[in-house]
Design a protein around this ligand. Structure first.
Ligand SMILES: [Zn+2]
Ligand SMILES: [Zn+2]
Length: 331
């Protein structure tokens, strides 16, 4: 019966309840005091906090210590007879409350969305992302952190990226940490990029540094729409990075009717040239990062006696490849 109360209003009800039926549930005792029904968002796997009462949701009965079960005698009643409305709650910190406001806002709770927009400023790019796009990016950033964990650099990264890293932040979930990252997104993205670049430089050859930095920038920018302010920041970083390594030329090579064709242009001209390319690709939104993603091979010719400036060669960029790779991130 509880199941139907909680999911009556959602389209995905059946699929979600099947999954949730097998796990314990959680609840906010203070919400139950106000109104006796199970809230839909208590069962989102991302949800740990009640943003209205700024407290942790409980998933265990304080009396019998059992996990709270779906098949209990009443919304507020445990199998042991305990009334959950008498449970004590523990306060959540600001970062946790902020993320839960964003989460509830994404599920149509307008007051929550307005409250978090007041804290993060309405033009924050995180509000242009769907919850799906946000969690994909969150997973990417987590995977990235994990790679460096193995190199015992995790703490250093966290300290740099998540500026106020301390024992309290350490307790945050991955999504809460990444959401916190967006609060000062401009500085945090710049710090992340600078950190990545400075870690590459001392131990890699010039060509490895260039290829892995470009790869990293392109991967990051794949998570955001082209017009999003994060994409613009990443695109500028990419341009500056390439010009710092004296890559002033870009050449695109492709085959057309079994003939090799190529076009070369100055990197500075790329912004004028991309709209033309986008048009022939049925108006896909393009930037340099996406053009690189769409290429089947990327090569770098470093400045030498033969080439006064570096050349980035993009072989066979294709709209199908771009669509495929974007679909992986923008599902
Ligand atoms: Zn509550
Ligand atoms: Zn109990």
């Amino acid at each position: 019966m509880l199941k139907s109360i909680a999911f009556g209003a959602t389209n995905q009800g059946n699929a979600m309840s099947y999954r949730l039926y097998h796990r314990a549930t959680q609840l906010c005792p203070d919400c139950l005091k106000e109104s006796l029904y199970a809230r839909l968002l208590w069962d989102s796997p991302m949800s740990r906090i009640c943003p209205i009462h700024r407290c942790n949701l409980i998933n265990k009965c304080p009396q019998c210590q059992q996990l709270i079960n779906w098949s209990r005698p009443g919304v507020a009643k445990c199998q042991c007879g305990f009334d959950f409305r008498h449970s004590l709650t523990t306060a959540a910190n600001d970062a946790q409350v902020n993320f839960s406001l964003y989460l509830y806002g994404n599920f149509g709770q307008v007051e929550c969305l307005n409250a978090i927009k007041a804290v993060y400023k309405p033009d924050n790019p995180v509000f242009h992302l769907s919850l799906n796009q946000f969690s994909r990016f969150s997973r990417f950033l987590e995977a990235y952190v994990r790679v460096y964990w193995r190199h015992q650099r995790c703490l250093a990264l966290s300290k740099i990226v998540f500026t106020e890293f301390d024992s309290e932040l350490e307790a945050l979930s991955k999504d809460e940490l990444v959401f916190e990252f967006f609060q000062d997104w401009k500085n945090n993205f710049k710090k992340l990029l600078r950190w990545h670049e400075s870690n590459l430089q001392p131990r890699s050859s010039q060509s490895t540094t260039v290829s892995s930095m470009v790869d990293f920038l392109v991967k990051l920018s794949n998570y955001f729409p082209v017009r999003c302010s994060i994409s613009i920041l990443l695109e500028n970083y990419l341009m500056n990075f390439l010009s710092r390594y004296h890559f002033d030329q870009t050449e695109i090579i492709w085959t057309n009717s079994a003939k090799m064709r190529s076009i070369a242009f100055k990197l500075k001209e790329v912004q004028c040239w991309l709209p033309q390319m986008a048009q022939t690709w049925n108006d896909i939104e393009l930037n340099l990062a996406r053009l690189i993603i769409a290429s089947q091979e990327v090569r770098y010719l470093f400045p030498s006696e033969l080439y006064p400036t570096g050349v980035m060669i993009l072989r066979n960029p294709e709209p199908q490849i771009l669509r495929l790779k974007l679909n992986l991130c923008f599902h």
